[in-house]
Design a protein around this ligand. Structure first.
Ligand SMILES: NC(=O)c1ccc[n+]([C@@H]2O[C@H](COP(=O)([O-])OP(=O)(O)OC[C@H]3O[C@@H](n4cnc5c(N)ncnc54)[C@H](OP(=O)(O)O)[C@@H]3O)[C@@H](O)[C@H]2O)c1
Length: 387
């Protein structure tokens, strides 16, 4: 039996980087939201959700249930399942362990594949109509050139188990949806940046912020306006950053739009700047010269300085991504989002300045960077706005 209430949107991963922005956005437009979240030894799921969303679950507008995608039945009781089947019309699935190389494969695969399948199956037969599935644009693996939204496994090789499991997850959830008559939509963001919590999904953004803080510290050292520093990358390749606010707005719009049925959507900046252009915007803003991107695909850096080695270590986790050269077409996403009034984002000078402000305003100490003979960087403070 269904309740007479409007259908709720179930958000998984609401304690994470993207899920919390998605949930806040839904609440801001008055949608009833149910979130599934894990508890910790010392903190209940409910408290963790309240902290992430800045709003305590009240069981009405916002309801939180404790669940773990790797547990049998997700750890939910019969009454929970009944309630979820009666309330949930749409799922926006943002949960998943976002590390490239997991410690153990079994829970990793369960969390990305078996868990979401079990959730979809458990909700089917109730009110559920649509499932929006956060994947990644990097299911394209090591491909280069232009990747289309309709393309999935075309025989590409993957950089890490994360890319592979995200591809498996897309395929499995599509099969599950087809089997039980639920409309599955796949959403693939590129590299998401914004105001990040300390979660694994926030690492790419935190890494960019750490680089910005380093550049700011170099610019502030005595005589530091010109610092010779070569960085291995692909200078002319697209830098596929996308703001978290766009990813959340697009996810909410695409999860519900009738024209989105069964679609796959790249959530990206349609016309991304090159890595070289982004670096130029950062260094111009900070008043720093001497940084160059070296095309590491042609020749490795010779005789790196201690600073160059330190920067290589800082960026090591993303080296393969920096050396890739791929563009994501987002025609399907933009066709619908234009109609929904969700403007396409750009990585403009202003957008980069905003990232710089975020990076410098949320500045923990730089890990492991000490420059011999220079006494270390002076403290970094947010810069006044410069035009
Ligand atoms: N961040 C990016 O740049 C990026 C780019 C492209 C795609 N994506 C995709 O977007 C989605 C969200 O990423 P994110 O950046 O928000 O990641 P995140 O910050 O690491 O958050 C992951 C979320 O998933 C939850 N989770 C993990 N394992 C779980 C389990 N077994 N059961 C229940 N919940 C579990 C986490 O809960 P806890 O708080 O309990 O750990 C957290 O809420 C992921 O599917 C990711 O692959 C992210």
């Amino acid at each position: 039996m269904r309740s007479g209430c409007p259908g709720a949107v179930l958000v998984t991963g609401a304690t994470g980087f993207i899920g919390r922005v998605v949930a806040r956005r839904l609440l801001a437009v008055g949608r009833p939201v149910v979130v599934l979240a894990r508890g910790r030894a010392d903190t209940s799921a409910r408290s963790r959700v309240a902290e992430a969303l800045g709003l305590a679950p009240d069981g009405g507008r916002l309801q939180a249930m404790e669940a773990d995608l790797t547990h049998p039945g997700l750890g939910l009781g019969k009454g929970d399942w009944r309630l979820l089947r009666n309330r949930v019309e749409t799922v926006i699935h943002c949960a998943g362990e976002t590390v490239f190389f997991p410690g153990a494969m079994e829970p990793f695969v369960a969390g990305h594949v078996g868990g979401p399948q079990a959730l979809l199956r458990g909700l089917a037969g109730g009110r559920l109509r649509r499932w929006a599935h956060l994947s990644t644009a990097y299911v394209c693996g090591k491909r280069s050139g232009t990747v289309l939204e309709r393309e999935g496994d075309v025989g590409q090789s993957f950089r890490n188990p994360y890319e592979r499991v995200k591809m498996l997850s897309e395929e499995a959830i599509r099969l599950e949806g087809a089997a039980v008559g639920v409309d599955v939509r796949i959403l693939r963001p590129s590299i998401v940046v914004g105001a990040v919590p300390e979660t694994a999904g926030g690492h790419p953004s935190q890494c960019l912020f750490a680089f910005i803080r380093l550049a700011a510290a170099l610019a502030r050292m005595p005589g530091g306006a010109e610092v010779p520093l070569r960085i291995a990358a692909a200078p002319r390749a697209a830098f596929n950053l996308v703001p978290v606010e766009y990813v959340a707005a697009a996810a909410v719009a695409l999860a519900g739009h009738p024209d989105g049925a069964g679609g796959t959507f790249h959530l990206v900046v349609s016309d991304p700047p090159t890595q070289q252009e982004v670096l130029a915007m950062i260094t111009a803003r900070l008043g720093l010269r001497g940084l160059t991107l070296v095309d590491a695909r042609r020749a490795p850096l010779t005789d790196p300085s201690p600073l160059e080695r330190a920067v290589a270590r800082l960026l090591a986790g993303y080296r393969e991504y920096l050396e890739g050269d791929v563009r994501f077409q987002d025609t399907n996403a933009r066709r619908i989002l234009d109609r929904c009034g969700v403007p396409g984002p750009s990585v403009s000078r202003d957008a980069v300045h905003r990232l710089i402000r975020l990076a410098l305003g949320t500045s923990p100490a730089l890990p492991g960077l000490r420059l011999a003979g220079q006494g270390g960087p002076r403290p970094v403070r947010a810069l006044p706005e410069k035009r």
